[in-house]
Design a protein around this ligand. Structure first.
Ligand SMILES: *[C@@H]1O[C@H](CO)[C@@H](O)[C@H](O)[C@H]1NC(C)=O
Length: 149
């Protein structure tokens, strides 16, 4: 890539409000394994990786300043995390804490979002994520193919 195109892409992304700087970037298998180790059902792992890929390209430091979504799962400040330095809202955490390399907090909050959304009229916790409806419905086992799970 030329300097000019790097420069242009950066400002394109800035314009879209979506910027990731120096985060830990997970591989698909690394994310699937980490989630499995934290008790997410194997049948859901492909769908989670698909969602996280489309939300953040698996970069923990992703922030969408336009919508106020944070971290690898792009969790929303509207209901789930506090913009201040005081932990709060649904996940009782700060939004900033969702940007660290250790995704324990992001996973715990994603699980909460999923469980709460499952109680709603869709009965499907994944519908909390717009990218699910767009890209990740149905059998998503291809995302974790060859991960040895
Ligand atoms: C999903 O697709 C894979 C590969 O195409 C297949 O092996 C698997 O049985 C499917 N799973 C379900 C639940 O349909």
């Amino acid at each position: 890539m030329s300097y000019k195109s790097i420069f242009c892409s950066f400002f394109f992304l800035l314009g879209a409000g979506l910027v990731s700087i120096e985060g830990k970037v997970f591989t698909k298998c690394e994310l699937a394994k980490t989630m499995k180790a934290h008790g997410f059902p194997k049948s859901q792992l492909g769908t989670w990786v698909c969602i996280a890929y489309h939300e953040s390209r698996l970069n923990t430091k992703t922030v969408n300043h336009a919508t106020g979504d944070y971290g690898i799962f792009q969790i929303s400040h509207y209901y789930w995390c506090s913009d201040s330095n005081v932990p709060g809202k649904g996940c009782k955490i700060t939004c900033k804490s969702l940007l660290v390399d250790d995704i324990s907090g992001s996973m715990a909050c994603a699980r909460k979002v999923f469980t709460e959304t499952q109680k709603g009229k869709t009965k499907n916790g994944f519908t909390a994520w717009v990218t699910y409806k767009k890209h990740c419905k149905g059998n998503q086992s291809k995302w974790i193919k060859g991960c040895g799970l």
